[in-house]
Write a protein that binds this ligand. Structure first.
Ligand code: NAP
Length: 250
């Protein structure tokens, strides 16, 4: 399928990696449904893409809510067409010692990071099955690979995404649909900046000094990996986990 025929949906697209992924897929010629829980940032991302000559539609939804997801996906289908590239990027985190994680906190992290990917994927999948072509990319985290103190709920949700990727890839491989995940390392986004500002992490210089590539990653570097998984050329690549992490995890 040519890039210009692809319709992509990127979740958590208002800022950070989701914004960079949306811009990159649009630059590659795809029409992009940019979905976020916050209206203002997603409107400005869509406007920037459209002003640059691309095609984007802003939609507002909470990925953990089936009704909102179904309405958002339907809006994109009606406006742009059937969705063939899905990037499950929306995520939330907080830093809480395991003993202090309560059920509300645990459930919200799992609801957005893991159930959200299940809901959006299940809602979009009929389009890909119909066309016998699709690309699903799940944004996990290096925290799922190497562990992350005070983020047991978060790393469990991101580990779930890796397992979901592998199992779904096996179900869908014969139907022309690939499913892969990306595990970003420490990437310079509002999420990471919030953690630094809240003193939840050591100072950046100290943190990145131990990395083989001693700096934070850029959202565009994650977007480039996404663009590869979304491409026609990656048609024989499925069930994979690609770290974009400066060498911090295998
Ligand atoms: P970010 O800066 O917080 O951006 C994520 C966007 O998703 C925000 O606009 C956020 O809104 C939105 N969102 C949150 N909950 C949502 C929901 N229920 N439905 C729809 N949208 C929702 O995050 P990021 O750093 O770009 O991270 C993108 C993904 O990579 C996340 O899954 C994250 O867990 C993962 N990741 C990040 C890093 C890192 O170092 N930055 C490392 C590894 C993995 P709010 O701002 O209102 O929450």
């Amino acid at each position: 399928m040519s890039e210009t025929r692809k319709i992509a949906l990127v979740t958590g697209a208002g800022v950070g990696m989701g914004e960079a992924i949306s811009r990159r897929l649009a630059e590659d010629g795809m029409a992009v449904g940019v979905l976020d829980i916050n209206a203002e940032p997603v409107a400005s991302v869509a406007q920037a893409i459209n002003s640059a000559g691309g095609r984007a539609l802003p939609v507002v939804a909470d990925v953990s809510d089936r009704d909102q997801v179904e309405k958002a996906v339907q809006t994109i289908r009606e406006s742009l067409g059937p969705i063939t590239v899905l990037v499950n990027n929306a995520g939330v985190e907080n830093f809480t010692a395991f003993a202090e994680i309560d059920d509300v906190n645990w459930d919200r992290i799992l609801a957005v990071n893991l159930k959200g990917a299940y809901l959006v994927t299940q809602t979009v999948l009929p389009d890909m099955l119909e066309l016998a072509w699709g690309r699903i990319i799940n944004i996990s985290s290096f925290g799922a690979q190497i562990g992350a103190p005070n983020m047991v709920h978060y790393s469990a949700s991101k580990g779930g995404l890796i397992s979901m990727t592998r199992s779904l890839a096996q179900e869908l491989g014969s139907r022309g649909i690939t499913v892969n995940s990306i595990a970003p390392g420490f990437i310079d986004t509002p999420m990471a900046r919030r953690a630094i500002a809240g003193n939840k992490l050591p100072p950046v210089d100290e943190l990145v000094r131990a990395y083989p590539i001693p700096r934070m990653g850029r959202p565009e570097e994650v977007a480039a990996a996404c663009a590869y998984f979304a491409s026609e050329e990656a048609g024989y690549v499925t069930a994979q986990l690609l770290g974009v992490n400066g060498g911090t995890a295998v």
